[in-house]
Ligand binder design. Sequence first.
Ligand SMILES: Nc1ncnc2c1ncn2[C@@H]1O[C@H](COP(=O)(O)OP(=O)(O)O)[C@@H](O)[C@H]1O
Ligand SMILES: [Mg+2]
Length: 500
Amino acid sequence: MNRGTDPLTVLIIDDEEGIRRSSKRIIDDMGCRTLIAENGSTGLGILQTESVDIVLLGIASANMDGMEALSRIVESYPDTLVIVLCGSATIETAIEAMKNGAYDVIPEPDQLDQLQIAVNRAREKILLTHEARRQKPTKLPTLADLGTEQSRIHTIVDTLPIGLLVTDAQGRVVLTNPMFRRQMQVPETLDLGQPVHRYIQDDGLCRLILDISQGCRAELDDIPDYEFSPGSDTFLMAHGRPVIGDDQECQGAVVTFEDISALKVIDRLKSEFIANVSHELRSPLSTIHEQLAAVLSNMVGQAPSNEEHLISRAKEKTQGLISLIGDLLDLSRIESGAVCEEPKQVSLEELMANIIDFLGPQAAAKGQSLTLLRPSQPLPAIKADPLALESIFGNLITNAIAYTHVKGSIEVRMSRAGSHLQVQVVDNGFGMERRHLERIFDGFYRVKTEKTRYITGTGLGLPIVRGLVDTMGGTVHAESAPGEGSTFTVLLPGDLVPPG
Ligand SMILES: Nc1ncnc2c1ncn2[C@@H]1O[C@H](COP(=O)(O)OP(=O)(O)O)[C@@H](O)[C@H]1O
Ligand SMILES: [Mg+2]
């Protein structure tokens, strides 16, 4: 059989001399090697010793039954293509020849162009077959590579030092790695394909993963990291991302789980250290502050005004330090869980009215309106630590006053939201960009803009707010747009006492 570069070998089997000669001329002109046989049995003899690509077989006139010769060639030399020259044979013979495996049939062999076309077609088919065979050996290693690649990825996923969970668009788990199963103590018997809450006990995290899987969190900046504890002293940080397909459809979520227990210990030690240092600093600073105040009151009108100014600045700075230390101590108390006094029955409306009375002068000094919008129906009392509530709303309203321009307006809106009480502090002040909204609840984070750069603060107010709201089982979140204002919404759950 031809190897693709040699000329093709064509065997002409026909007992008519004229046909043999004219066919040979055409085949020679096509650059092929030609062999000649006068009948079927001679042709079969040649096929035994020669490698033949195409046989031109005259059927009507072969002295061995042409059809039988065809069958034997097809059976014994499957790579050889047989073109049947029908000559005087009937159309039925032609059909039968095709059924018996002829590659092509030429009804009138003396039509030379038909012969040429048929041989060309056969040649193309032979070359294509060669090409396919040549490529096959290179395909096999590709498939083998794929197998190796898959098992390599499998090994990598299995040995990752972090937990890994992949879900489909319905939030069903399609892949986990051994580290994840260890972290979450997933039983061996739990197979893939189950909803995510079968693997993770934390409701908030399950909701987040479901949201990401279903494509509700397409904006990556929107996806918060999620910290939780799956059991005794272990803390994990989950980072989730949607898997977006070529058609921009969300196909599921990839979630990693990082063990942050050691970081938590360091964090606790750091908080304890800050708390101790703050505690040690507070009394000497308070003493300095009192002494400066005493010196200042003795000075009035007696010392040069620049000295008075210096002492007064020093007193202000000490006051700033004292409030920073107060915030740090509050925060470390909240973080250590030792915050709330025994909860009491509190009327939130009364408490808010008192805070607004207290902060009213501060707003008035900036020409701002500060209004309390009460709900149409009186709110039920709430069981909570009133000092914690004062700290939460005191911080939010002080911020609204500080970060709103002169003559701005601040509204405090109270309402019921299902089983929760909702309080919103709404201002039409400076506002801030979306990217700051989660970070302002981190310690010491302050947004620096032209408008806020001269406003003093510690960056600890909102972490205190969030810490206190968390311990009450509530939530706080911010919405804001630069130049339009901000809304801080607090939801407090009701272990609600019906109005008395
Ligand atoms: N109502 C608000 N409008 C605009 N920005 C605000 C508002 N409340 C808080 N912020 C921003 O959040 C930051 C953090 O607030 P906070 O934790 O109370 O610290 P501080 O007020 O001491 O700076 C502020 O520095 C400010 O940039
Ligand atoms: Mg503040």
